[in-house]
Design a protein around this ligand. Sequence first.
Ligand SMILES: Cc1cc2nc3c(=O)[nH]c(=O)nc-3n(C[C@H](O)[C@H](O)[C@H](O)COP(=O)(O)OP(=O)(O)OC[C@H]3O[C@@H](n4cnc5c(N)ncnc54)[C@H](O)[C@@H]3O)c2cc1C
Length: 293
Amino acid sequence: MTDRLWDVVVVGGGAAGLSAALVLGRARRSTLVIDRGRQSNLPAHGIGGLLGHDGRPPAELYASGRDELRKYSVDVEIGTVVAASGKADDFTLTLDTGDTVRARRIVLAAGMDYTYPDIPGVAELWGRSVFHCPFCHGWEVQDQPLAVLDGGPMAEHRVQLLSNWSDDVVLLTNGEPSEIPGADTRRVARLSVVGGELEGVVFEDGSTLRRKGILVPAPLSQRSDLAEQLGVTFADPSPASLNPVAADTRAMTNVPGVFAAGDIGAPMPQVAAAVATGSMAGNAAVQTLIFGL
Ligand SMILES: Cc1cc2nc3c(=O)[nH]c(=O)nc-3n(C[C@H](O)[C@H](O)[C@H](O)COP(=O)(O)OP(=O)(O)OC[C@H]3O[C@@H](n4cnc5c(N)ncnc54)[C@H](O)[C@@H]3O)c2cc1C
């Protein structure tokens, strides 16, 4: 990478970052997308609920998004940004290789980490028969025997929500006491996986409950402290790393010249929302380059 001053550097090449880059490219703004290439939903078979791409593999969306950028003034580089400093019109971003790039504006679109329960079998089925979002994956397991695996305060809410997709929903609290009618409080040992599919939930007492899908909580956290390094404020300041950054309806943060799009600033993470806020961030960044901050 050179000492070139880009109009905009976009950190992250998921739905949000690529959407921002498309708007920036079409506005003829020199744009560099730096992407680590680990979009959150890659383990899923398909993206549920994205108009024009419903049920199709996530990787196809990112590949076609990158293809669409080729004819515009956008470069996409594989890399990881580890540090950010400076101010509007002269930000510096440092990659893990030690390379630096300079930008007049920054779009933060690095997504968030999802932490799913640490139970054997969950990682193998994550984003398919074990999921955190019934709007994304409920259709695929509709009318099947399902479970909510959650011993926390949102358990009953999740049971009610998932009951929209099936009449057979069991709450498993994994050892936590519960007064919710029908709750099974036994400790879960592992998930039984046969041929890559969920067969059931195996309890510590050795018995198995056959299930086809499981809804779990998956709290989100920031993937890095880039936003903090730039002085961006969070929606809820304590503890900042667990919260989305605060961005207004134009995807602008409190730091002039820094925009945030996608999960990194989303109260309700969805691909459609990431595309929308990415588009907004691209649009707003261009306007600030034309009219000033
Ligand atoms: C398993 C799973 C399944 C899901 N299924 C659905 C679904 O069916 N429908 C739906 O609407 N939503 C779904 N979601 C939510 C959806 O994936 C997210 O809302 C969406 O991916 C957010 O897009 P994003 O661009 O903000 O982040 P991401 O898609 O995560 O993209 C961020 C990109 O930035 C890169 N990055 C991170 N840090 C850096 C850095 N420091 N430097 C450079 N690059 C960096 C990452 O590697 C990644 O490539 C699912 C989520 C999960 C976890």
